[in-house]
Design a protein around this ligand. Structure first.
Ligand SMILES: Cc1cc2nc3c(=O)[nH]c(=O)nc-3n(C[C@H](O)[C@H](O)[C@H](O)COP(=O)(O)OP(=O)(O)OC[C@H]3O[C@@H](n4cnc5c(N)ncnc54)[C@H](O)[C@@H]3O)c2cc1C
Length: 414
């Protein structure tokens, strides 16, 4: 049996691997130089966490495995708040919440999506619309990620037009509810926890007939069938579910009293859109920094790639876009902190940042040559994961339509 060869000993094989996944702290315009100490402490907590779990998540992505123990630690470390303002939750400033989204996505997009789902969508829905009793029972366990939580709005037939959702909620004879319908793409939807299901009241003659309400559903309820979606080429380290609701019986107090129209679901989505802009920044930062480090380490034609003019130009173009993304995010946080953030301003940031992140990832992938498709160098995983965040919380075209409606005063959705 042979021992593994010393790679440097063979002509044409002087380097066994490249060291490109380290953090460089790129901040060309000092956008993050004056972060308050309190926010910086949260940021550093996220950095330490992702540095520790990053390698395990790369393996999880490769195996399409959702490591719940790693996801749960986000809660144990109190990193799931996502800027939600509630007296029983730790308060993060919008800046701290953004930095957590950025940093975790810089390390691993699946965990970035755990924050978006468990914190941004599910916890926020409960904090905004839940009854005191619902909050008493579920708020802390969800914030600590002891209970996985999901937000189920999208249906197989209704994605961008989720306003047309068809899942029904009928009043039962015992005063409770019965849910019937289907949901698709639901993060944590088959994780053994709870799901906030958005459904349309089917009760002819009642005041709220056809209104969209939200229901707290334990995933162990009879008729709740959550099936993990397999074969994904992005965000492979978190599971999304296809859910069938086959006459799921619920008690009367399962409805969230504060959620009364589709507009309430939109309020949650508007709030989490900023988080996606920050996540895109995290992905793009990882790709740019990998490209820069690779250009310095990889030699061709007797020189490091970084010595070639075209390579420098491409690095400069990536930095130009990355800096714009950082400025968007920082200003977004400042606007939100001042209470002056309009939903379409968050849309513009998501629109810009996921588009720019795609371009940066594609350039980085190319600059790493064949090594760009190896998971060990990170870029291809980020490139794939950006595709998912580009689509969720409203696609590129939906953001454009929201912005277009705002600036023209005319809706072009249908
Ligand atoms: C990884 C992942 C995680 C997700 N997590 C959740 C979750 O936890 N909970 C949840 O409820 N949902 C979730 N979603 C669903 C997500 O919000 C939807 O995928 C998204 O809203 C788009 O819907 P769709 O995929 O059905 O695409 P479609 O709406 O079918 O869109 C297809 C294409 O048509 C375009 N299009 C649609 N309408 C128009 C129009 N009027 N004008 C021009 N172009 C248009 C779109 O921009 C897109 O390019 C997730 C999705 C993914 C991929």
């Amino acid at each position: 049996m042979g021992t593994s060869p010393d790679l440097a000993a063979f002509p044409g094989q002087s380097v066994s691997s490249y060291d490109v996944t380290g953090r460089l702290g790129t901040d060309y315009y000092a956008v993050f130089a004056d972060i308050p100490a309190e926010d910086r402490a949260v940021w550093e907590r996220a950095q330490a966490y992702i540095d520790e779990v990053g390698p395990a998540m790369r393996a999880a992505w490769d195996a399409a495995d959702y490591p719940m123990d790693i996801a749960r630690r986000l809660g144990a470390l109190d990193l799931l708040n996502d800027g939600i303002d509630h007296p029983d939750l730790t308060r993060f400033s919008p800046l701290a919440a953004g930095l957590v989204n950025m940093e975790v996505s810089r390390g691993d997009g699946s965990l970035g999506t755990v924050i978006a789902v468990q914190g941004g969508l599910a916890l926020r829905t409960l904090a905004l619309f839940g009854s005191p009793a619902q909050q008493e029972t579920w708020l802390a366990p969800i914030a600590r990620a002891e209970v996985p939580a999901a937000f189920a709005l999208t249906e197989p037939d209704h994605g961008s037009d989720s306003v047309s959702l068809e899942t029904t909620a009928r009043r039962a004879d015992d005063g409770g509810w019965v849910l019937r319908g289907a949901k698709k793409w639901i993060g944590n939807g088959a994780a053994g926890g709870v799901t906030f299901v958005w459904a349309r009241v089917d009760d002819e003659g009642a005041d709220d007939h056809a209104a969209v309400r939200c229901f707290l559903v334990e995933q162990s309820a009879p008729g709740y069938i959550g099936t993990v979606i397999t074969g994904k080429g992005a965000l492979r380290g978190i599971h999304q579910a296809h859910i069938t609701l086959d006459d799921v019986p619920l008690p009367a107090d399962a409805v969230l009293p504060g959620a009364r129209t589709f507009r309430d679901a939109s309020t949650v989505l508007y709030s989490t859109r900023s988080g996606v802009a920050w996540s895109a920044l995290g992905h793009a930062t990882a790709c740019y920094e990998a490209a820069l480090q690779y250009a310095q380490q990889r030699t061709q034609f007797g020189k490091p790639l970084a010595r070639f003019q075209m390579v420098q130009e491409r690095l400069a173009q990536m930095l130009e876009e990355l800096t714009a993304m950082q400025l968007y995010c920082r200003h977004l946080a400042d606007l939100e902190a001042s209470g002056g953030l309009r939903p379409t301003q968050a849309s513009l940031a998501k629109y810009h940042n996921t588009r720019a992140a795609r371009r940066i990832a594609a350039t980085a992938r190319d600059l790493l040559g064949g090594n760009g498709i190896l998971l060990e160098n990170g870029v291809i995983q980020h490139m794939a994961d950006i595709e998912a965040i580009h689509t969720y919380e409203g696609t590129e075209s939906v953001q454009a339509l929201l912005i277009g409606r705002d600036i023209t005063g005319v809706s072009a959705f249908a």
